[in-house]
Design a protein around this ligand. Sequence first.
Ligand SMILES: Nc1ncnc2c1ncn2[C@@H]1O[C@H](COP(=O)(O)OP(=O)(O)OP(=O)(O)O)[C@@H](O)[C@H]1O
Length: 410
Amino acid sequence: MTSDETDGGGRDPLFRYDQPIFANEDILKISHLPGPDKIVGRDEHMSKVAQALNPAIFGREPTHLFIFGKTGSGKTLSARLVSERLQSEARREDVNVEIAVIDCGEQHTEASVIKTLASQVNDPSKSGMSIPERGLSTGDYYNRLWQVLDTCSDVTIVILDEIDMLRDDEVLRKLSRAGENQKIVDSRLGIIGISNKIDYPEELTERVKSSFAHDELVFPSYDANQLREILENRKDAFKPGVLTDDVIPLASALAAQEHGDARKAIDILRNAGRIAQKEGADTVSDDHVRAAKEKSEADRFSELLEGTATQSKAVLYSLVLQTGGRKTAEVTTNKIYRQYLTVADDLDMDQLSERRVQELLQELDFLNVIQSEVRGRGRGQGVHGTHRLLEDPDIVKRVLLRDSRISTLE
Ligand SMILES: Nc1ncnc2c1ncn2[C@@H]1O[C@H](COP(=O)(O)OP(=O)(O)OP(=O)(O)O)[C@@H](O)[C@H]1O
């Protein structure tokens, strides 16, 4: 590098050192754990979680718990915070509480849940054991887990996030019965299952239903005022004076319009700051907030669609075309199928049968990309189904056009 390419302080001008917008952007990360005084509207719920976990302070088995509620209603946050507070209380009683957080969206098989749990709790200096990444049978992973639990903790709190994504609920039965079946003798286990699906317990197999005694807790969504307070509490992420007056009220109002999702509200605020920063602006304005809302919706939607096959995207594209730009429009399977035949033809793709298209629609419904209702003859009898988008058609279209093949339709 020549001296011309560096500024007076020897810094490379290719990079930016001034940060006019953010003071500490990490505060707006979803994984950031706010302090107990910055949690809004969850006192009652947190105290119910605490009640269930309370026996752990004395080394006894906690009550297992299911927490339900829509996305961004503070389920994971409350479960983690209460568990951490329990951990420090228990320490005063000389009881060692370990906490494991498992994302069942990623670890959805029995073996991967057990392996992840064992490695999160394991302290090789106490157990004298390692948990290998691969190579053991599920039974062997269980054996190591029981030893780890008995040697490394008095009580383990297992938080199973997105529990409805588990492929097999056998793991729930085995974990919840570990003490009773003498798999663990010196320690106890408490399970907190978290899900967006309130009817999840109905999906459990009969074996688990009858054996897994638990309490249930429902978290309501936030209203605009609560979202506003949640965002106000994270204002320190920005430099003083950077946020114009309308920014927080607008970001919270936009997030409240959907279903009061704190994750969305925080995302919008963070993206608004980033867009302002990219533009080289000194302040964040309501225009930045609106642009951020569109961006965060498109990002989230694109995540939902990640890994979806082009045929599914073609089916979804057909639904978008049939809505005529209206999010609330309900379209029959039959209309989607007729549109799909043209789309598949334009894309030079194989044309799937109507039955297969119906199955793809069901998958999209399962992924919460669309909402399907089957009238008359019951599920699987596609012709009577109607389907609608859960996201703005423009956004869905924009995300679909990111697929190189679908983009040829423009
Ligand atoms: N009451 C609250 N006060 C402050 N921040 C909150 C509150 N509730 C949620 N948040 C923040 O919103 C984000 C999403 O919350 P959390 O992950 O707990 O939601 P969730 O209900 O578990 O959602 P999901 O089902 O999508 O996992 C996190 O960054 C969290 O810190």
